[in-house]
Write a protein that binds this ligand. Structure first.
Ligand SMILES: [Zn+2]
Length: 421
């Protein structure tokens, strides 16, 4: 078994660097401090043997691990280039300044009271997976910040996998391209990502929750903007004249099915989510997120929205309701189904790491869903951490190590399966 201390030290070193992104910034990256970690990663990639490691003008750090397969051997002629990607930024909604990682070793199996704010308790009753972790080494924040395991665990896992390959040269891998990206949390991680220059045939983000999870399904996402136009007149003399846009819009939202909301759905269930509105008597507008796992599912919700709008127009004579649909992203499954082996190899790698692969649907989008539609099939591999985006994040060192193991096996599988092609 590999020594896990270097992985622990590396993760803690990265976690201490503040890389919080900003959802209101218009610069790229959204916060300059993300480059504090990105610069460190250029040096760390070079130390791991990726001599061409560099940061580009946007902050993307890339590097190449040259293949170690005997190229002249006919069995290994066509080993594809595999990309490994992780994001350095942390969730914009919780502070990432002065992170004080806490190492619970060995974890005693009880509720974890976070020492910097004892009102923050990670409870076994709320976290079914935690109960099985007694005896492991668990890392948390001190309760006053997030930990940033999303996705510094993924960053540390990739670096550690590169070191294991360096130390075990008998393990064969093709050309590996590494990419560290900013601004995933604000949905802009791929905004300036140059897929052609990255030059990988497939890639994997190391950014998922849940031990053994391979994520290959995300939402299809649109935004619907509903605009109601009414007719304003003096309210004292409005009988049979006023058409109140605020009232019409409220009635429309009220008529949407209550069992298709974020608050009432899970798994692969779809929803309509009104998330912002404004207006007055003469005009009122509302933006809604439309989310489903298939194009048909999106269509169904959008048709329902239009029918409800038609009904309200008829019920409030004189009102007009316009609906504008803006596409956001699509389920990566549509692209990954064209290359099923990309997922099969990941499953096999998880099994070789001694785990059972699972395929939880992601109720959101990932950088991988955008990359897959940019021509680079990119499912997501677990990084070992749990409870993203809050001060109660936790990550067992052993699970991060399982992720390292999975990545190294995966690269070997790509060599094995590409033989004699
Ligand atoms: Zn993430």
């Amino acid at each position: 078994m590999a020594d896990r201390e270097p992985l622990l030290d590396r993760f803690i070193r990265y976690a201490r660097i503040d890389t919080q992104s900003s959802d209101t910034s218009t610069t790229y990256p959204s916060t300059e401090k993300q480059k504090d970690l990105l610069r460190v990663l250029v040096d760390d990639l070079k130390a791991a043997g990726l001599e061409d490691a560099a940061m580009d003008e946007w902050g993307y750090v890339t590097g190449t691990l040259p293949s170690n397969v005997p190229h002249r051997h006919p069995a290994y002629r066509n080993v594809p280039t595999v990309g490994l990607i992780a994001h350095v930024d942390t969730y914009f909604g919780v502070t990432g300044a002065h992170v004080q990682p806490q190492v619970h070793r060995p974890y005693d199996g009880r509720d974890i009271v976070l020492p910097g704010d004892p009102s923050q308790v990670i409870r076994v009753a709320d976290e079914p997976e935690l109960a099985a972790c007694a005896g492991l080494t668990i890392i948390t924040s001190d309760g006053t910040t997030l930990l940033g395991a999303d996705d510094k665990a993924g960053v540390a896992v990739i670096l550690e996998a590169l070191w294991r390959l360096k130390e075990q040269p008998q393990r064969l891998h093709g050309t590996v391209r590494v990419g560290f990206t900013p601004d995933e949390e604000v949905g802009r991680g791929t905004e300036h990502f140059d897929v052609a220059a990255f030059a990988a045939d497939v890639a994997y983000t190391i950014d998922g929750s849940g031990l053994g999870a391979i994520e290959a399904e995300t939402f299809c996402a649109d935004t619907a903007i509903v605009t109601v136009t009414g007719a304003d007149v003096h309210p004292g003399y409005a009988k049979h004249k006023m058409v109140n846009a605020v009232r019409v819009l409220s009635a429309l939202l009220q008529a949407l099915p209550q069992h298709r909301t974020p608050e009432t759905t899970e798994g692969r269930e779809a929803f309509l989510h009104p998330y912002t509105m404004s207006g007055n008597t003469s005009q009122a507008t509302c933006s809604l997120l439309v989310r489903a796992f298939s194009e048909e599912g999106l269509q169904e919700l959008e048709t329902l929205l239009r029918r409800t709008a038609d009904f309200m127009e008829a019920r409030y004579p004189g009102s007009r309701i316009a609906i504008d649909i803006k596409p956001s992203y699509r389920n990566m499954k549509y692209k990954l189904d064209e290359v099923p082996h990309v997922l099969e190899y990941a499953d096999e790698a998880v099994r070789r790491a001694g785990l059972t692969p699972t395929h939880p649907p992601v109720r959101g989008g990932t950088d991988g869903s955008r990359l897959s539609f940019m021509g680079l099939p990119t499912p997501n591999i677990f990084n070992g951490s749990m409870n993203f985006h809050g001060v109660k994040e936790w990550v067992p060192l052993e699970w991060m190590d399982n992720s390292v193991d999975t990545v190294v096996h995966l690269l070997e599988i790509w060599v094995e399966r590409s033989g004699s092609a």
